[in-house]
Design a protein around this ligand. Structure first.
Ligand code: AMP
Length: 113
């Protein structure tokens, strides 16, 4: 299977601004930011989307969310932020490698588009 673009970022095969990394997840700046702060945090193991996670991925999913909150704090999103997971075609997912968007630095609208 060919690598996803996020696997290539993790492997340093393409450049990215990585803001956090551990054995299980990596967080980097979105190349097309939709807010003053827009970071993606991804599992290093390329689960295509949250809807395809398996029962034994539960600890990893928890770690991903916990670290998303830590990254948001680390980059100074003290006024709040939004976490977004797009799942599949109708969810607007364009990269088939599970990722949580961390969006902040402006007031978010509801409902999303
Ligand atoms: P989604 O539409 O939820 O699948 O989000 C995919 C996100 O990946 C989009 O916000 C893109 O801007 C972002 N993206 C695509 N390629 C890169 C890249 N090379 N580095 C950082 N972010 C990227």
């Amino acid at each position: 299977m060919s690598k996803t673009i996020f696997e290539k970022i993790i492997a340093r095969e393409i450049p990215s601004a990585i803001v956090y990394e551990d054995d299980l997840v990596a967080a980097f700046r979105d190349v097309s930011p939709q807010a003053p702060t827009h970071i993606l945090i991804v599992p290093k193991r390329p689960i295509p989307r949250v809807g395809e996670a398996q029962a034994d991925d539960q600890a990893l999913l928890g770690h991903l969310l916990f670290k998303a909150a830590e990254v948001a704090q680390k980059v100074g999103l003290t006024g709040g932020y939004r976490l977004v997971i797009n799942n599949g075609r109708d969810g607007g997912e364009s990269v088939p490698h599970l990722h949580v968007h961390i969006l902040g630095g402006r007031s978010m609208k509801w409902p999303p588009g």
